[in-house]
Design a protein around this ligand. Structure first.
Ligand SMILES: O=P(O)(O)OC[C@H]1O[C@](O)(CO)[C@@H](O)[C@@H]1O
Length: 528
C-alpha cells in the first residue's frame, strides 16, 4: 500500500474518543474488509456475552461467581441494591480512612504521621498497584509506596532494610483476595517479625484488603489491625485495580482515585457500544484475533513511549495471559488458547530487541502507546528546532514505519497525558478487550485452573521436605539420595529429594551433603 492509500486507511479506521482525547489507530494491521465482515457475527455474540456478564451472569462457572469489575466504576449497574451499597460504602470508607491517615488522625504510636506505605501482595494484588504507582505516583507523595510481591527472602530484606529507619511511620498494606496465598502470608509474617524485632507493634501499622471471612481477615481482626477493607468475590484479582485493591494504595499516595474511576466509566460507556467500528475495545479484540489467527499465534508487544507507563505491559501480562491462556474452550475442546504479552518502553527497547522485531522471526504485533504531552512545562532544544520529546515522537513514528515496511503489524493508542483519568480508561479498555476476545475464541476468561497445578505441586514438595528432615534426624546416619527417598516412601522422586536437600544444605538448615556435587548419585545426606 502506498503512502496515500495508507493515509486513507488511517482515516477510515481511526477511532477517536472525544471526552478522553484518546485515539486508536489500527490502520497498520493488514486485515482486509472481508475479514471484518466475517467477524461481525462473532462480535454480535461477544457483545451479548459481555452485556450478560455486566448484568450479573455467572461468568465464572468453576467458582460459581459473577464478574463485576464493571460495576465498580458505575455502581448503578450493579445487579442488586446490596452490591451497589457495598461498592459505594467501600469507596466512602477508603476516602474517609485515607483522609484520616493524611491528616494524622490515624497515626502510628511512635510518630506523628505515616510517611511510607509497604504493600504486601502478589499477582492481581500487586501488579495493578505497581503499574499505577509508577504511572501516577506523585513526588513527593503523602505516603511513598514500596512493594513486597514475592516470597524471596533476599528481596524482602532489601525492601525492609531500606525502610528500617522509617519503620515506625510505615503503614503496611496486606492485600490478598483469598487471604490464603502463601507468598503474601510469608511476606506478612516476615514484615511482622521485622516490626517486632524493632520493638514495634505490627497490628498498629497494618491494614488488610481481603474477602470478608478469609484467613487474612481473621488474622487482621484477631490482631487488632488498624482497618480491613473488603474485596468482593465477584472481583477477580487481575481486574481488581479499580476495587479496594488498587484504590486504597493509590489514594494513600495522593492519586485522584475518583478521576481513575471516572475515566474507566467513560471508557466502559464507549466499549459497551455494540458496534465494532465504534467500539475501541472491539477494535482491539479484532486486531488480536486477526494477528494471531484467533489462536494467539502472534505475541503482543507493548511499547509505551513514556517512562511512567513502563509497567503497563507487566500489568497486561497477567490481565491478558491469565485470562486468555486456557487449555480448553467452553465446550471442553482442547484449544490451547492465549496471547503472550511482553514489552517495556520505547525508545529504550529499540536498543534492545527491536532489531529482532524488524528483521527476525515475525511472530508478534506491536501496540505503541503514544502520549502527546511531553512534559509539564517547556523543553529545551537539544538540536536546532527539536526537543527530547520530538525525538521520542520521531522514534515512535520511525519504528512504526520501519516495522510496517517489513510486514510487521502494529496498533497505536494515543492519549493526551498520563493522568488518573487516562490510566483508568486504559485499564477499562483492556479489561473489555479481554472480555470480548474471550468470547470470540469461546473461552472462560475468569478462572485460572493452570495456576493451581503449580501451587499443589509446591505444597507437596514442602510436605516431602518435612518428611526428609524428620527422617534424617531420626536416622542419625548418612543416607544416599535413593535410600532417603525410599525411607520416606518416595522412591520415584529421587530428583525432588535431591533438589530439596541441595537447597537445605545451601542455607545452613542442618543438612550436609558429602560426595561429588557434580555427580548427584555419589552424594550422601546427613542431618543433625
Ligand atoms: O489476591 P490473592 O488471593 O492473594 O491472589 C493473588 C493472585 O494469585 C492468583 O490467584 C494466581 O495464583 C491470581 O489470579 C491472583 O491475582
Amino acid at each position: 500500500m502506498d503512502a496515500t492509500a495508507l493515509w486513507q486507511r488511517y482515516q477510515d479506521w481511526l477511532y477517536f474518543h472525544e471526552g478522553l482525547g484518546l485515539y486508536l489507530d489500527i490502520s497498520r494491521m493488514r486485515f482486509a474488509d472481508d475479514f471484518v465482515e466475517r467477524m461481525k457475527p462473532k462480535f454480535e455474540k461477544a457483545f451479548k456475552d459481555v452485556a450478560a456478564l455486566e448484568a450479573g451472569a455467572i461468568a465464572n462457572p468453576d467458582e460459581n461467581r459473577m464478574v463485576g469489575h464493571y460495576w465498580l466504576r458505575n455502581p448503578d449497574l450493579s445487579p442488586s441494591p446490596e452490591i451497589k451499597a457495598e461498592i459505594v460504602d467501600t469507596l466512602a470508607s477508603i476516602k474517609e480512612f485515607v483522609a484520616k491517615i493524611h491528616a494524622g488522625e490515624i497515626r502510628p504510636p511512635q510518630a506523628t504521621k505515616f510517611t511510607d506505605l509497604l504493600s504486601v501482595g502478589i499477582g492481581g494484588s500487586a501488579l495493578g498497584p505497581q503499574f499505577v504507582a509508577e504511572a501516577l505516583g506523585p513526588e513527593p507523595a503523602p505516603l511513598k509506596i514500596h512493594f513486597i510481591d514475592n516470597t524471596d527472602p533476599a528481596g524482602m530484606d532489601r525492601v525492609l532494610n531500606r525502610l528500617k529507619d522509617r519503620l515506625n511511620s510505615t503503614l503496611v498494606l496486606v492485600t490478598s483476595k483469598s487471604g490464603g496465598t502463601p507468598e503474601t502470608r510469608n511476606g506478612m509474617l516476615e514484615v511482622k517479625q521485622f516490626y517486632e524485632k524493632h520493638g514495634l507493634n505490627f497490628g498498629q501499622h497494618a491494614v488488610a484488603v481481603t474477602m470478608p471471612g478469609s484467613k487474612m481477615d481473621g488474622i487482621a481482626k484477631s490482631e487488632g489491625w488498624l482497618a480491613t477493607f473488603p474485596m468482593q468475590d465477584w472481583v477477580g484479582g487481575r481486574t481488581s485495580e479499580l476495587s479496594s485493591v488498587g484504590l486504597l494504595p493509590a489514594a494513600l499516595q495522593g492519586i485522584d482515585i475518583q478521576a481513575m474511576l471516572d475515566g474507566a466509566k467513560e471508557m466502559d460507556e464507549a466499549t459497551r457500544v455494540p458496534d465494532l467500528r465504534n467500539n475501541p475495545a472491539a477494535l482491539l479484540a479484532l486486531c488480536w484475533y486477526y494477528a494471531g489467527n484467533g489462536k494467539g499465534e502472534k505475541d503482543m508487544v507493548m511499547l509505551p513511549y513514556k517512562d511512567s507507563l513502563l509497567l503497563f505491559s507487566r500489568y497486561l501480562q497477567q490481565l491478558v495471559m491469565e485470562s486468555l491462556g486456557k487449555e480448553t474452550d467452553l465446550d471442553g475442546n482442547k484449544v490451547y488458547q492465549g496471547i503472550a504479552v511482553y514489552g517495556n518502553k520505547g525508545s529504550t527497547d529499540q536498543h534492545a530487541y527491536v532489531q529482532q522485531l524488524r528483521e527476525g522471526v515475525p511472530n508478534f504485533f506491536v501496540t505503541f502507546i503514544e502520549v502527546l504531552g511531553d512534559r509539564q512545562g517547556d523543553s529545551i532544544e537539544v538540536e536546532p528546532g527539536a526537543t527530547s520529546g520530538d525525538f521520542l515522537s520521531g522514534l515512535l513514528q520511525g519504528t512504526r514505519q520501519a516495522l510496517y515496511e517489513n510486514q510487521r503489524d502494529s496498533i497505536t493508542v494515543t492519549v493526551p497525558q498520563v493522568t488518573p483519568r487516562i490510566v483508568g480508561a486504559l485499564i477499562a479498555l483492556y479489561e473489555r478487550a479481554v472480555s470480548l476476545y474471550a468470547s470470540l475464541v469461546n473461552i472462560n476468561a475468569y478462572h485460572q485452573p493452570g495456576v493451581e497445578a503449580g501451587k499443589k505441586a509446591a505444597a507437596s514438595v514442602l510436605e516431602l521436605q518435612r518428611q526428609i528432615v524428620a527422617t534424617l534426624k531420626a536416622t542419625g546416619q548418612p543416607l544416599s539420595l535413593a535410600e532417603l527417598a525410599d525411607k520416606i516412601g518416595a522412591s520415584d522422586q529421587v530428583e525432588t529429594v535431591y533438589l530439596i536437600v541441595r537447597h537445605l544444605s545451601a542455607n545452613s538448615r542442618g543438612i550436609t551433603l558429602a560426595g561429588d556435587l557434580g555427580k548427584p548419585s555419589s552424594l550422601t545426606v546427613s542431618g543433625r
